[in-house]
Design a protein around this ligand. Structure first.
Ligand code: 5GP
Ligand code: ZN
Length: 113
């Protein structure tokens, strides 16, 4: 998609602090970190949100979680981490390209699950 910031980051057209890349996904540090460790795992394919996952494209979600598990080992997140996906307006999704936040590095509290 031409006017999507995460498509542009995935294509390397906008710089990011990339920590992982393969043919299907990219992971990079969030520009406004909300925990000592805060990165985003983003499919390269433009899918707007979790509401647009179907049997045709759901493989990418499994792949994102494989990447998250791999990065958790690499980043030594053995004390735990939280994965968040904001979907749509009420959830506060600000970038309309599906992504998973991975937060870690401190106790994250008990609110909002
Ligand atoms: P959302 O609110 O849609 O769940 O999350 C979007 C996230 O993307 C936010 O945490 C925001 O800080 C991050 N973000 C937005 N624009 C950029 C950018 O250009 N680069 C990086 N690294 N993160 C971004
Ligand atoms: Zn996009």
């Amino acid at each position: 998609m031409t006017d999507c910031i995460f498509c542009k980051i995935a294509a390397g057209e906008i710089p990011s602090d990339k920590i992982y890349e393969d043919d299907k996904v990219v992971a990079f540090r969030d520009i406004h970190p909300q925990a000592p460790v805060h990165f985003l795992v983003v499919p390269k394919e433009h899918i707007k949100s979790a509401a647009d996952i179907t049997p045709v494209n759901s493989d990418i979600v499994a792949h994102c979680f494989e990447v998250i598990a791999k990065l958790a080992v690499q980043k030594k997140l053995e004390n735990g981490f939280r994965v968040i996906n904001n979907c749509g307006e009420n959830a506060g999704q600000t970038v309309p390209h599906i992504h998973f936040h991975v937060l870690a590095g401190k106790p994250l509290g008990e609110t909002l699950v």
